[in-house]
Design a protein around this ligand. Structure first.
Ligand SMILES: [Ca+2]
Ligand SMILES: [Ca+2]
Length: 218
């Protein structure tokens, strides 16, 4: 009896270890930073992944490259289960009273807020609109936002495309930043402007936006 059992176990383990049609899998672990639990449920052709993570409560997440964005239906629990190629996400949320409801997002609502620093390391961010020079703007990387995910061709700051960009840790926090230079003459700022916004997209198509103050030299 014991021998038969061992024999069966041996055969089973041989079957399990046999390559399935020559396929080999490489596993990449997905953990939302700081979360006690992370579950992934859906992926689209752009490689964007959705699921949910939990600490005291559960929230959905979208993983786009190395960047995680929280999906929160405004309820006590939000869980995402699928994403299509237009970026629409389906899932469910708990209404806090006693019921679960399904949800679907519109494709365009996802936007990642990024921190930017106009004239890195200096403040106020004085800009002389008569200058023939450039204004430097840094998109700051962080633990949950990799600037390497930014599609450089999509970057626009105050209506201007960058003259050039490079990667450098300008604030010395250990996270690489994206540093772009814009010709002052290309900026659509006026003497009454008090802030300026940089927009762009990740390589996965998720919009990013960041705003910082400016002081126009009069
Ligand atoms: Ca600054
Ligand atoms: Ca940095």
């Amino acid at each position: 009896m014991r021998a038969k059992f061992l024999c069966a176990v041996t055969i089973l383990s041989l079957v399990l270890s046999a390559p399935a049609g020559g396929l080999a899998f490489t596993f990449t672990t997905i953990d939302v930073p700081g979360a006690g639990l992370t579950r992934a449920f859906g992926i689209n052709d752009a490689g964007q992944i959705v699921g949910y993570f939990c600490n005291a409560s559960c929230r959905g997440f979208l993983k786009d490259g190395a960047t995680f964005t929280t999906i929160d239906a405004g309820a006590s629990i939000t869980q995402a289960y699928g994403i299509n190629n237009a970026g629409q996400i389906v899932g469910e949320f708990f209404d806090g009273v006693g019921g679960y409801h399904g949800f679907v997002t519109e494709a365009a609502v996802l936007e990642v807020a990024v921190a930017i620093d106009i004239k890195p390391g200096s403040f106020p961010n004085s800009i002389n609109l008569k200058s023939k020079g450039v204004v430097t703007v840094a998109v700051l990387g962080s633990a949950d936002f990799s600037v390497h995910d930014v599609d450089l061709t999509t970057i626009v700051f105050a209506g201007a495309s960058p003259a050039r960009c490079s990667f450098e840790d300008v604030n010395l926090d250990g996270h690489v930043d994206l540093v772009c230079h814009f010709r002052t003459q290309d900026l659509n700022l006026t003497t009454s402007s008090t802030q300026a916004t940089l927009t762009g997209e990740t390589t996965g198509g998720t919009p990013i936006t960041g705003t910082d103050s400016v002081r126009i030299v009069k």
